[in-house]
Design a protein around this ligand. Structure first.
Ligand code: SF4
Length: 117
């Protein structure tokens, strides 16, 4: 068995410490984490990775865009279809930061929310 297939190394992105995690994919054990959140992140990253989508959407009736993000991470495999969705999405012109644009975004329990103007 090739050790490279069962051991993965990557930084934890949960906090700015950036601990370098080593995850045994078969045993789902994590080393290098400075706290339990890193262990949970390490296991999730090799079993069902998720990402927070951060992007912009067009505003109706003008040439401007507004910053948006998902309020929870969504499955990584949904990022490309999600970008296809937001490319065609047009938000109301008067949306305010914090407004929920899409509930249950891409069939997940995350919402697409406005983060900027
Ligand atoms: S393992 Fe813990 S301390 Fe280290 S980066 Fe992740 S969350 Fe931060």
């Amino acid at each position: 068995m090739n050790n490279n297939e069962t051991i993965r190394r990557f930084p934890c992105t949960v906090c700015p410490m950036g601990c370098e995690l080593t995850v045994d994919v078969d045993k789902l054990t994590v080393t290098g984490n400075g706290c339990p959140r890193g262990a949970a992140y390490g296991v999730a990253e090799v079993t069902h990775p998720t990402r927070t989508l951060t992007t912009t959407v067009a505003l109706r009736g003008c040439d401007r865009v507004v910053a948006v993000r998902t309020d929870k991470p969504i499955p990584k495999e949904l990022l490309l279809p999600a970008m296809d969705f937001v490319r065609d999405y047009v938000a109301p012109e008067n949306v305010q930061p914090g407004a929920v644009l899409v509930k249950g975004f891409m069939g997940t329990d995350a919402n697409l929310v406005v983060t900027g103007k």
